[in-house]
Write a new protein. Structure first.
Ligand code: NAD
Length: 482
């Protein structure tokens, strides 16, 4: 890769690009070919120590003294630099993650938009005055936590960095970012652009490395005052347990088994692109993937047939060829997904997409698969596959739709398709998820829309203005003046 403006084998600590403690590296793989194309830094607990100290120093220095207006200006400038490099960032991300170029480009555009949004919001978070006893004036202040830790996964690095690091910096925190070992390049690219935009040294530190080394050290670090974790349920539990020892707050953005519910009066022409795309986008490696399609019995055959037509036309191939679906992230992920697909041997496969002829043999390609007429208790209807597969589940009436929609351990996102406005409103109340989309799914990404889960999908909210409350702490000041 010749477009990089940073050294991926280094960590960024206190504004300096350093060889990690011990000089270790990890292989950098292109999932489209399976080839090793370079090396990334293997940050260690000692690097995390240094990064936390640098963040603390930034809080005590220029960054901590900067006004909210100026913080907002720096973030806005960061967004502008990201916007200028969208095409480069897209190629880097497509090569690193394996996502089709148009998706990688959309992620870069979203990162720029997050920075624009949080840049504009930085000076608009206000406290309040509280009427109180005679002789008192009481008011609240929204203050940064201090040092925030950000542990992010490989599936949408730029979007997740935008929504968590962007909001944390807007509130004046200093951040330590641990990107995923499978895909850390855009985290480093972003940090280099942030420095160029005038973000003071130490306000953002990036330490790539293994989860069980650098990640675990960050989650457990006593100098970290808030942890934002996005990833799997098991690791989320470990991160929360580690942070609990320091009694610091944690935001967990975990997995999902999100439904789109199609009633018999749905506008199918409108719904169909969303039904399929929300399952196969990013090769299904999306926390809010609509991996369950619930269909009212009267329209079941029609929905399955129309979705199957789309599936049969899906083309899977190298990220830079920009087809419908790219490879999954790794050989291990391919094995996991294929293991899940094998669990469907008792089910009807309505259609499969095609891996294009000539796709590199070493690439981690999985043909998208649509399963028809699946019972809600089947493992494929309960567990997060995190690959390009969807199950269609029939239901009879609204009550059953709600029961099935709420019948997993997750609660991230739901979509409802109906032309009956009253039913849509009832469903929005009845489903147990952090977001509900009525007659759409995803609302185009929704930088402005608070996002997060309930149940095993996690807790806390990122995105939108709401995230600024999560990345700050409320202080009450009661003045007695007689
Ligand atoms: P993962 O949990 O394996 O890894 C996520 C991050 O945690 C990586 O940076 C990893 O290095 C780090 N990590 C691993 N072990 C750790 C440990 N012991 N201590 C601290 N950090 C550790 O998840 P993944 O496989 O990379 O991502 C897939 C999962 O993420 C899916 O379940 C998906 O649904 C979820 N996800 C959720 C959202 C959301 O917003 N809710 C978004 C994207 C992905």
């Amino acid at each position: 890769m010749d477009r990089l403006w940073f050294d991926p084998a280094k960590v960024l600590i206190g504004g300096r690009w350093l060889v990690p403690d011990g000089g270790g590296t990890l292989p950098l793989e292109d999932p489209s070919t399976g080839a090793e194309i370079g090396a990334i830094a293997r940050g260690t607990p000692a690097d995390i120590d240094a990064a936390v100290a640098a963040a603390e120093a930034a809080r005590a220095g220029d960054w901590g003294r900067m006004t909210a207006v100026d913080r907002g200006r720096v973030l806005t400038r960061m967004g502008q630099l990201v916007a200028e490099r969208v095409d480069d960032l897209a190629v880097i991300e497509a090569t690193d993650v394996g996502k089709p170029l148009k998706q990688a480009r959309a992620d870069a555009v979203a990162l720029a938009r997050y920075l624009e949004f949080y840049g504009g919001a930085a000076d608009k978070v206000m406290g309040e005055t509280i009427p109180y006893l005679d002789g008192y004036t009481v008011y609240t202040l929204r203050e940064p936590h201090g040092v925030t830790g950000h542990i992010v996964p490989w599936n949408y690095p730029m979007q997740i960095i935008g929504r968590s690091v962007g909001a944390a910096l807007a509130m004046g925190n200093a951040a330590v970012l641990k990107p995923a070992e499978e895909a850390c390049l855009t985290a480093l690219a972003f940090a280099a652009l942030a420095a160029e935009a005038g973000l003071p040294p130490g306000a953002l530190n990036v330490v790539p490395g293994l989860g069980e080394e650098a990640g675990a050290a960050l989650a457990a670090h006593p100098g970290v005052h808030h942890v934002s974790f996005t990833g799997s349920v098991g690791v989320g539990i470990a991160v929360q347990a580690a942070a609990a020892r320091n009694v610091v707050p944690v935001t967990l953005e975990l997995g999902g088994k999100s439904p789109q519910v199609v009633f018999d009066d749905a506008d199918l022409d409108k719904a169909l692109p969303f039904l399929v795309n929300a399952g196969i986008q990013n090769a299904g490696q999306t926390c809010s993937a609509a991996s369950r399609i619930l269909v009212q019995r009267a329209r079941l055959d029609e929905v399955v047939a129309r979705m199957a037509d789309r599936y049969a036309a899906l083309r899977v191939g190298p990220a830079l060829d920009d087809l419908d679906v790219g490879p999954v992230i790794s050989a291990r992920q391919k094995e996991i997904v294929e293991g899940f697909l094998a669990l469907g041997s008792d089910l009807t496969v309505a259609a499969r997409g095609q891996v294009v002829a000539g796709a590199p043999a070493g690439g981690h390609y999985v043909a998208p698969t649509l399963f028809a007429d699946v019972r809600p208790g089947h493992r494929l209807a309960q567990e997060e596959i995190f690959g390009p597969a969807q199950v269609v589940i029939p239901f009879e009436d609204e009550a059953e739709a709600v029961a099935i929609a709420n019948g997993t351990c997750y609660g991230l996102v739901a979509g409802v398709w109906t032309e009956n406005a009253s039913r849509a409103m009832r469903m929005a109340r009845a489903v147990r998820t952090g977001q509900v989309f009525l007659n759409n799914y995803g609302a185009g990404g929704g930088v402005e829309l608070p996002f997060g889960g309930i149940g095993k999908s996690g807790h806390g909210r990122e995105k939108g203005f709401e995230a600024l409350y999560g990345f700050s702490v409320l202080k009450t000041v009661a003045a007695h003046h007689g």
